[in-house]
Design a protein around this ligand. Structure first.
Ligand code: NI
Length: 188
């Protein structure tokens, strides 16, 4: 869990779609314990809290490094545990099984819009936490979706590049008002 007790934290500028930093493959974090990394994670946490959202990847704040933060609020936990704000450094995401689900996603780099995006329903996530401990867990559902979205940012991939059906792409207000039923799960 991240402790937001740094009196020097800063809200960072978020890159928007069209900025090349969002298309560049990010560099591996060489020293996850470095003070600059700790500081970046704290600043990203403050930036995410300010912007509202469930995840933020370092390239979105113009730092081309392989780390992201995410959380799963209780309202989105789908019967599973809520996940407090968590940092993942040098993540590796591996699909588990072949089940793919369509679900709505937004992105702080694509403000005002959202889309239904196909993602693996289950994945294995490995990486390093903010406290330096290894992360190794299998996650599913909304958490798996968020992790895949954020990990994609580290490879220069935005959700728009993953969309399979542009009918389910629109402004937040309209898509939430009409909430089109999404097609069911298909197999990879
Ligand atoms: Ni995003």
């Amino acid at each position: 869990m991240l402790r937001a007790n740094y009196d020097f934290m800063a809200i960072l500028k978020i890159a928007r779609m069209g900025h090349p930093v969002l298309l560049a493959p990010a560099q591996k974090v060489v020293d996850p314990a470095a003070p600059e990394v700790t500081r970046l994670i704290a600043d990203m946490a403050e930036t995410l809290a300010d912007a509202g959202g469930v995840g933020l990847a370092a390239p979105q704040v113009h730092e081309s490094l392989r780390l992201f933060i995410y959380k799963v609020p209780a309202a989105r936990a789908e019967g599973a545990d809520e996940i407090p704000l968590t940092a993942v450094i040098n993540p590796v995401v591996t699909p588990v099984g072949t089940e793919i689900a369509l679900g709505w996603e937004g992105c702080l780099s694509i403000p005002g819009l959202r889309a239904a995006v196909p993602r693996f329903e289950r994945i294995r996530l490995t990486g390093i936490a903010a406290d330096g401990l290894p992360i190794e867990k299998e996650v599913s559902g909304f958490e798996a979706r968020v992790v895949q979205h954020e990990a994609d940012h580290l490879d220069g991939v935005l959700y728009t590049m993953r969309m399979s059906d542009f009918r389910f792409f629109g402004f937040n207000e309209e898509t939430m008002r009409y909430e089109l039923p999404l097609p069911k799960v298909r197999m990879a």
